[in-house]
Design a protein around this ligand. Structure first.
Ligand code: PMV
Length: 286
């Protein structure tokens, strides 16, 4: 049996979501596959797969192979996708909530931190309004999101960036909490405007979110250069996506500006990654 799960891109609300605020995440067209069969050996080198087998494999001898359409370098969430796909392969009938709780537990055990937004994207797919730990997982009927994605060439270290923000909050609690609250408000408006398809306003909201992320200290020169280039070429707005420090930036651009925005991102030293948002969640492959 082969199961696949999509990667993800954070659209709004990163970092604040670790502290109980909402975020918006979209599942992307790049998928990761797990094939499973009875066998005598078990791969020992795959922490997430092994932890999933330990949780749901019932001690069976299972042979697993994984195949990913996306490189781990982009920060598209390969760990959560592989965890979700493996759990689903072990118990295809488990409902989404059960898979979420088990996968999130595994991710927390191995990584120590995280809101679980990436796990939710891998399971449910589409575009989700998500609150920390899956307190809210609300699918948003969004269509035709004109998304441009650019990779910085720098691998982000999510754990360190989360720790940096925690350090900043320990020193400047009031300021950082004010930023989180403001980001939460942006996320709530973005949800409404995305449902309306008002991409111009959603782009502005991306700019506001990016201002706060810069204040939090998680942007980088490269991210800023690519964001500036995208906006200079006519994007509605742009921001970093995920923990920051590197990985990807995202922009929204109308169809007629798309090519110019992609070229500007490339000129700024970025690598344009062609992925479609709103992809289907975990599924059994035929
Ligand atoms: O670096 P990524 O793409 O895994 O995104 C991390 C987003 C954070 O909000 C910083 C952490 C989280 O788990 O929500």
């Amino acid at each position: 049996m082969t199961i696949s799960a999509p990667g993800k891109l954070m659209l709004f609300g990163e970092h604040a979501v670790v502290y109980g605020y909402p975020c918006i995440v979209t599942a992307i067209s790049e998928r990761l596959e797990v094939a499973i069969a009875q066998a005598d050996d078990m791969p020992k080198d795959r922490r997430f797969v092994d932890a999933a087998i330990q949780a749901w494999g019932g001690g069976k001898n299972l042979k697993l192979s994984t195949k990913s359409a996306f490189s781990g370098k982009y920060g598209f969430g390969s760990s959560s996708a592989v965890t979700v796909a493996t759990l689903k392969a072990l118990k295809p009938d488990a409902d989404n909530r059960k898979v979420f709780d088990a996968a999130y537990k595994i991710i927390l055990n191995i990584q120590g931190v995280g809101s679980g937004f990436d796990v939710a994207a891998a399971i449910y797919g589409g575009t989700l309004y998500f609150v920390t730990g899956g307190k809210v997982i609300e699918p948003l009927a969004v269509s035709d999101m004109p998304l441009v994605v650019g990779y910085t060439g720098v691998k982000a270290d999510t754990k360190t960036l989360i720790a940096d923000v925690a350090g900043k909050r320990a020193k400047e609690a009031e300021k950082v909490d004010r930023i989180f609250k403001a980001i939460g408000k942006i996320v709530d408006e973005a949800k409404i405007k995305m449902l309306e398809g008002d991409w111009e306003r959603v782009g502005r909201l991306m700019d506001f979110d990016q201002d706060y992320l810069r204040d939090l200290g998680v942007s980088s020169e490269k991210l800023e250069a690519m964001i500036k280039a995208a906006k200079g070429a006519g994007a509605y707005g742009a921001k970093l996506s995920g923990a920051g420090g590197g990985d990807c930036m995202i922009a929204l651009a109308s169809l007629d500006k798309r090519k110019a925005v992609e070229e500007a991102v490339t000129r700024a030293g970025g690598e344009v990654v062609h992925v479609a948002p709103n992809a289907e969640g975990v599924r059994v492959e035929p």
